[in-house]
Design a protein around this ligand. Structure first.
Ligand SMILES: Nc1nc2c(c(=O)[nH]1)N[C@H]1C(S)=C(S)[C@@H](COP(=O)(O)O)O[C@H]1N2
Ligand SMILES: [Mo]
Length: 332
């Protein structure tokens, strides 16, 4: 068995994310970014850290931090979203932030180890270990399709211009822009190229969504990888009072792995449909949308934004992690 690092805390650890009305800045302050650690927070010595790349590659080897730093340093802005509790995969969540990651392109690092043609997946391992939902875990492990690596996957060492903090994966973590946060393995120790998917519990048991057909489960599942279209209204706030007949700006953020093509504001007195202006997609950053609304009846009304991604996938009303987020306002 590998040497196990000291964890502190040595059990699940998280930070409560911002509420949507608090998501006023384009880049989320590092101190406000979601934190999700299933097993605890490894306390790590960066000097002796290395990442081993092995499996279906011609030249397996380990890279120290100093060796990784010889690759070009790049920065990538991307939304960063937790898929929510793996035991409740269809519960709506808004655990999202938007972050500037800095580090080394996995594609650059991998070029020197030469993956073999049979390799189809890359498995990633973290230094954290312990017990999750009664299951003993040697290391947190995830996988991703090899084809994704061409798409700006990073071995990251910074967040918003500062070195990663321990809870965010110091000294090095994977970042898979456009995939749910669960795939971005922190305290990255090893990457193994393989012909098939990883058989670990975080890839087989948890983080697989049932595939539905006409509202019924098919018995098949799909990995929680690409982020589905989603949005939050930042303003108006819940319980905000707005004036009858006066224009109100509704604005927020929308995001999707494929990029968001359109956002419609719905709700109001019932039949509201306003096409919002959506800023163009920039990489995998979240996209600001805004719309002007002139309320025509008084009383409590709810407002929701429905995002559609560039593939035509539509944000659903309910029963899914990316369900519409409703804000109730009062028209006076
Ligand atoms: N090694 C390891 N990596 C991990 C996790 C973990 O528990 N262990 N949690 C994942 C989950 S579910 C999420 S949402 C993101 C959160 O990253 P953050 O805490 O830096 O925001 O890390 C992912 N990477
Ligand atoms: Mo997560």
């Amino acid at each position: 068995m590998m040497d196990r690092v000291h964890l502190d805390p040595a059990s699940g650890f998280g930070r409560i994310p911002l509420e949507p009305y608090q998501m006023t800045s384009r880049l989320t302050d590092a101190g406000d970014v979601i934190v999700l650690c299933h097993l605890g927070v490894p306390q790590v010595d960066a000097e002796s850290w290395s990442i081993t790349i092995d499996g279906l590659v011609e030249h397996p080897r380990a890279f120290s931090l100093a060796e990784l730093r010889t690759f070009p340093y790049v920065e990538i802005e991307a939304f960063h979203q937790c898929a929510g509790n793996p035991m409740e995969p269809s519960r709506p969540t808004q655990r999202v932030s938007n972050v500037m990651w800095g580090g080394y392109r996995l594609a650059d690092v991998v070029a020197s180890v030469q993956p073999r043609p049979e390799a189809k997946y890359v498995w990633s391992f973290g230094a954290d270990w312990g017990t999750f939902d009664g299951v003993a875990i040697d290391a947190y492990a995830k996988d991703l399709p090899l084809a994704r690596i061409a798409d700006d996957v990073l071995i990251a060492e910074s967040m918003n211009g500062a070195l990663l903090t321990p809870e965010h994966g110091f000294p090095l973590r994977l970042v898979v822009p456009g995939f749910y946060g669960t795939n971005s393995v922190k305290w990255l120790t090893r990457m193994t190229f393989a012909a098939e998917r990883s058989d670990g519990p975080f890839t087989t048991r948890w983080y697989n969504d049932p595939i539905m057909q006409n509202g019924q489960p098919t018995g098949r599942t799909q990995p929680v990888w690409a982020v589905a279209p989603q949005s939050v209204i930042v303003d108006p706030w819940p319980r905000a009072q707005v004036q009858l007949g006066m224009p109100v700006e509704i604005w927020g953020w929308a995001w999707a792995d494929a990029g968001v093509g359109s956002v419609v504001i719905e709700g109001g007195a019932g039949d509201l449909r306003i096409a919002a202006t959506v800023e163009p997609r920039r990489g995998r950053s979240w996209q600001r949308f805004s719309a002007m609304w002139r309320p025509e009846t008084t009383g409590r009304q709810r407002l929701g934004a429905r995002a559609v991604d560039t593939n035509g996938a539509v944000q659903p009303d309910d029963g899914a992690r990316n369900a519409i987020h409703w804000v109730e306002v009062v028209v006076k």
